[in-house]
Design a protein around this ligand. Sequence first.
Ligand code: FAD
Length: 404
Amino acid sequence: MKFTCEICVIGGGAVGKASALALAQAGHEVALLAPAESRVATPDHWDVRVYALNHSAQSLLSSLKVWDAMDQSRIAPVDAMAIHGDDAGLGGYLGFDAYGARVGSLAWIVEDSNLNQALDSALRFAPNVKRITSSASALQIDADQATVTLDTGDAISCSLIVGADGAHSWVRGQADINIDYRSYNQNAVVANFECERPHHGTASQWFLGSEGIVALLPLPVNRVSLVWSAPESLADQLLREPPQALCERLAQLPGMSLGQLTMLPPAQPRAFPLRLIRAQSPIANRIALVGDAAHAVHPLAGHGMNLGFGDINALVAALARRDHPADCGDARTLGRYARLRKEEVLLMQLATDGLHRLFSTNLPPVRHLRNVGMGLVDKLPFLKRRLMSHAFGRAASLPTGEST
Ligand SMILES: Cc1cc2nc3c(=O)[nH]c(=O)nc-3n(C[C@H](O)[C@H](O)[C@H](O)COP(=O)(O)OP(=O)(O)OC[C@H]3O[C@@H](n4cnc5c(N)ncnc54)[C@H](O)[C@@H]3O)c2cc1C
């Protein structure tokens, strides 16, 4: 059987689902192709996969009617950030807060399951989206259309393929788009905890030199979510240790103010390998890549998903200005999409990769400089506001006369 639509989104992660919704909302006939999900709903547990979503992401999800469909009681606003270097004596501390940024919240911590359930509900009501549960097995690109053959033998023909199939993108491979790939030789260990003292909406981060980077993100009430980007051998050890040992390690972090921590059920940390992936182009003939298919970054700044949502905004904007209304996949439109994304993606890749390199060396002069530098930035409100405006989705306002 052959099915025809304007745009076929391949990949059922949050970026793929949000792409399908946004493109449908812009008036396109969309197919969303993804294999059956293996996610198991555990409503009593706090999901260990959480995202810090910035203002741009929040605004996209609101416009798609997804934000309000999430369980608001499970979303935690981030009111402040406390970033600790690895030498407090040298001033290695940097703090941001919503008041300084002149916004209500810097970001929001959202569970993967909460986000995906709301995206699924929105997709059920989206009139222009057909969900197809299958995997793609072949892709053929012709002058005026693309054809995806499914495992079932069925086919979808369309004028544009959106590759939202994650870091190991099949679409990217079919399009012969080369990538720069570098493993960070780190795994992100994630787990949730109840804490003895309130976190006051503060997301805390510790740069620990050779032990990696620890982030504790606020969850509702006295709970926090851990992302410890640890060298592989340490990550293995953290996974093997009893939960209490990890709680004790965290309680000993310098400047830790949460008191004793208790790991929340299922009390089994998980780990994710960390790598930098840079597609040499986010486009090919009748193909646009979005999300991790186009760029996977280190989670130290909590921005992979935010970048993916930024791709969606740019793709919708590029399509709205297309020269040929009947052809969503024409080269000029895709070129416009690539140009719209170039700067933000490159900046975020350079910033996260640069910070990772800066904080992973133990050379004394570098250690000195990075800690003194943090203290200096902390005392420069102008620079801090500029950093905030980039980090939190340009919502942090700048005084009159300053431009982004
Ligand atoms: C520990 C950790 C913490 C993070 N924290 C943050 C954060 O705080 N904030 C933030 O913004 N980002 C964060 N990120 C990054 C974020 O998780 C990713 O950027 C985001 O999940 C990418 O979403 P995606 O939809 O592009 O890819 P994925 O979530 O990988 O989804 C890809 C989908 O494609 C499907 N697929 C694969 N192959 C095929 C195929 N051949 N055919 C059809 N479908 C296919 C898969 O089944 C999957 O559903 C974090 C990442 C990690 C590892």
